[in-house]
Design a protein. Structure first.
Length: 128
């Protein structure tokens, strides 16, 4: 299952009905379960976002359809990010190419740049 972090902001409608937010969250959890999504954590927050949810969905189609169904009610706006577990990140890193610095003599400054941290040329070492 894919993990997602969703940041929520109340809309004007959501704020007018703020006293129902806990009730609405319970309804959302039930709907998520029916859609095959697990909401692992849902917390109300102070600051830029009003709520944060961590959920797992079987795939992107299910996750996006559920989010659109939630948005149709008009109580929140969202920003959703795909999140990765350490095991998933290890698999991603297996496909990251090595970076090998180029030797001097290439480019217009021929390795004598006064700003080496800006002009350092790199190439990817790939198995082609």
């Amino acid at each position: 299952m894919a993990t997602y972090v969703t940041l929520y902001n109340f809309t004007d409608q959501g704020l007018r009905n703020i006293k129902d937010t806990v009730k609405r969250s319970e309804a959302v959890k039930k709907a998520a379960t029916a859609a095959g999504i697990t909401i692992k954590e849902l917390v109300w927050t102070q600051g830029q976002y009003d709520l944060v949810a961590i959920s797992e969905a079987p795939d992107e189609v299910v996750a996006n359809a559920f989010e659109l169904n939630t948005l149709k009610h008009g109580n929140v706006r969202t920003q959703t990010m795909r999140a990765f577990t350490p095991a998933e990140m290890e698999k991603i890193l297996e496909h990251v190419a090595e970076v090998v610095p180029r030797r001097g003599g290439e480019g217009r400054n021929r390795g004598r740049s006064p700003r080496p941290f800006l002009d350092t040329a790199v190439s990817l070492k790939v198995g082609i």
